[in-house]
Design a protein around this ligand. Structure first.
Ligand code: G3P
Length: 219
């Protein structure tokens, strides 16, 4: 199971990368705007900075255009930034067509804004490297985001699709565990949801006991 960090914040990306367990990064226009990135040069420079921190893992950079021709052209520019850029494309008909084209060009893609198994089927048929069901946003409308992750995992397994299921819009540590339980290939989450996985009161109690013993042993 791969761990991606879902942010464009450089210090958080560095902190997660320093843990040694990070497999990649996902960004989107909202996350980039949150970091105050404005203008084409700034966008490019920011992706370069991210790829200088995470040099091996996949870094999703989202297209900003919405038509097939523009998305394909934009993707070709994005992949020049670094060898580990994955082009994130929305799950629209234009986007599916663009994913198919980029796949034939050997460009890795992440099909985003996925909210149904039908959409995930189109993404896989187009050859997307990743499909991103948005768990939290489905939970927001009183439904079960993790059920969608499970349905996609099972459908891909049944048909033998190679597209990896990347559970996105993760809002908590519990979301990570639930996605793990249904076999998500990847989760992308905020740093705090990832680091909180380490928390356990028995670990804290155990550490206190060991630290007391250590003091005695050292004399
Ligand atoms: O991974 C997609 C994510 O950035 C969207 O998260 O919390 O805006 O639904 P959220």
């Amino acid at each position: 199971m791969k761990f991606f960090i879902d942010t464009a914040n450089l210090s958080q990306i560095k902190e997660a990368n320093d843990l040694g367990i990070l497999d990649g990064v996902t960004t989107n226009p909202s996350l980039m705007a949150k970091e105050g990135i404005v203008g084409e040069k700034a966008i490019r420079d920011h992706y370069t900075a991210i790829c200088n921190i995470v040099t091996e893992g996949d870094v999703s950079a989202e297209v900003l255009s919405t038509t097939y021709d523009e998305m394909v052209a934009e993707a070709q520019e994005l992949i020049k930034i670094a060898k580990n850029i994955v082009v994130k494309v929305p799950c629209t008909l234009e986007g599916i067509k663009a994913i198919k084209k980029l796949t034939t060009m050997g460009i890795k893609t992440n099909c985003t804004l996925v909210f149904s198994v039908g959409q995930s089927l189109l993404a896989a048929k187009a050859g997307a490297t990743y499909v991103s069901p948005f768990v939290g946003r489905i939970d927001d409308i009183s439904s079960e985001g993790v059920d969608l992750v499970q349905a996609i995992v099972e459908m891909y397994e049944y048909y033998g699709f190679a597209t990896q299921v990347l559970a996105a819009s993760i809002r908590s540590t519990g979301d990570i565990i639930r996605c793990m339980n249904v076999g998500a290939d990847v989760i992308t989450a905020p740093l705090s949801s990832i680091t909180k996985l380490v928390n356990h009161p028995l670990t804290d109690i155990g550490m206190d006991i060991f630290n007391e013993a250590t003091k005695k042993m050292r004399g």
